[in-house]
Design a protein around this ligand. Structure first.
Ligand code: LLP
Length: 438
């Protein structure tokens, strides 16, 4: 998919780069991002929204993969940006991302984070709870500012009726529940806080969702809420944000829809609901993360040791693991992979891919069919663009890999591989423990 193919040497090629060359030049493990595919995904969203005729913002959920170069691409593609911490905000600002198109999320923004965002002139806060409403109003008042807000609501889309990683249900740490009246109360409270400008509401029902039904249900609930707020409180929402969560294909059996179909389901339901209520059509925002970058990422590893337990299993170990991809350990996520330097060779054995961390849970793929792999061969694991680099750690003091963007035969380093000095750069030995006494 994307610009990936197998070249005539039998090597995997991405963005016109033979991955054996990339391994040589940048080392492994290496995150490789197919820039053309990221841009294609961004354009699929934008074009689908344009076709709807609604006003819109597509905000890339930077939590999926927040690095300055990715912010630059999001800006070039005309996207907005969703950030959830001072670190993501700083990354975006340092990349020169237009601050008025940044939306600040999170269920526990600290006063420092709020002040930083206020000073920067952030486009919108997505307010999560009553404590934050008061805090934001007070901090904005201290600076003599008025800020745009969306209120995050939980529409009560039931997790157990659909196969979601669910956040839209009532029992969630996020947002104001529509069903129990908290959302209505939050609107009334916010209307009484003079430094807050209510643009509308936000709902995010979960992640890696395949069916459109949940999004339609969320739109129905949010629209009904908007209509009641308008008739009873006289407040008209200008913006409805439907979050992210659009699924991608990791392995056979994952059946996501084309991006345009998710957008059509949402915009169609919006138009139907709001027209029926004779309500001015709101601007629609979405926040895709995974579906923007997930399938554009590939992690390239070098195979090292192996261990064959006859009749049981063969373990093949790579030079990374749960430190660069914690998702199999955290969510039992499945991935596909190929032997990148011998991609055309017949598959001869079934092996399980282990990482190099000191724990048994550090497995990347169970039961993968491969040609007989030797140490020094390259393994490419697909669909690692989202929530991999973003969730990487230094467990076992393993260094985070480099990230390269590839396109048109070029490869540009966008994150350096961590050095051993990076590993210790924040360590301090108190003088009383220091050998040299310095
Ligand atoms: N908006 C909000 C408010 C969110 O909480 C999220 C994801 C998104 C947008 C983007 O969702 P996406 O389009 O990427 O599904 N670490 C987990 C995923 C956690 C998702 C958290 N929130 C994983 O690796 O599967």
């Amino acid at each position: 998919h994307g610009t990936s193919k197998i070249n005539d040497k039998g090597h995997l090629e991405i963005g016109g780069n033979d991955v054996t060359d990339l391994a040589q030049k940048f080392g492994t493990p290496l995150y490789i991002v197919d820039e053309a595919l990221v841009r294609q995904r961004a354009r699929e969203y934008v074009q689908a929204f344009k076709a709807s005729g609604l006003n819109f913002q597509v905000a890339y959920a930077s939590k999926a993969f927040s690095v300055m170069a990715m912010c630059a691409i999001a800006e070039q593609e005309g996207l907005s940006l969703d950030v959830v911490s001072d670190g993501e905000l700083y990354t975006a600002l340092q990349a020169g991302f237009p601050v008025e198109r940044i939306h600040f999320h999170g269920n526990n923004k600290t006063p420092d984070e709020i002040n930083m965002a206020l000073d920067a002139g952030i486009g919108c806060f997505v307010v999560d709870n009553f404590v934050e409403l008061q805090l934001l109003n007070a901090l904005a008042g201290d600076k003599g500012k008025k800020v745009n807000i969306l209120l995050r609501v939980t529409p009560g889309v039931e997790a157990h009726t659909h196969d979601y990683i669910s956040t839209g249900q009532q029992d969630s740490k996020f947002g104001f529940d529509i069903g129990n009246g908290a959302a209505r109360q939050a609107i009334e409270t916010a209307m009484g806080l003079s430094n807050l400008v209510i643009l509308g509401v936000h709902s995010h029902i979960g992640s890696q969702i395949f069916e459109v039904e949940g999004f339609r249900m969320a739109v129905d609930k949010v629209a009904a809420f908007a209509v009641s707020v308008r008739s009873e409180l006289g407040l008209t929402f200008k913006v409805i944000n439907l979050g992210g969560g659009f699924g991608i294909r990791y392995v056979e059996g994952d059946k996501p829809l084309p991006i345009a179909e998710y957008v059509q389901a949402i915009t169609g339901a919006i138009i139907t609901n709001f027209n029926a209520a004779e309500y001015p059509l709101p601007e629609i925002w979405v926040e895709p993360g995974r579906s923007m970058v997930g399938d554009a990422g590939t992690t390239l590893y070098t195979i090292g040791t192996s261990k064959d337990i006859p009749g049981v299993r063969k373990y093949v170990a790579v030079d990374g693991g749960m430190t660069d991809n914690p998702r199999p350990a955290l969510y039992q996520s499945k991935y596909e992979a190929v032997l990148a330097n011998r991609a055309n060779e017949p598959k001869e054995e079934t092996v399980s891919i282990a990482g190099k961390c000191c724990e048994s849970g550090d497995m990347l793929i169970w039961d993968l069919d491969l040609p007989k792999a030797n140490s020094g061969d390259l393994l490419a694991v697909f669909c690692t663009g989202a929530y991999n680099y973003a969730m990487a750690s230094n467990y076992n003091r393993i260094r985070r890999p480099a990230v390269v963007f590839v396109q048109n035969g070029e490869a540009d380093l966008v994150v350096n591989r961590e050095s051993l000095d990076n590993i210790i750069c924040n360590d301090v030995i108190p003088a009383r423990l220091s050998k040299s006494g310095v």
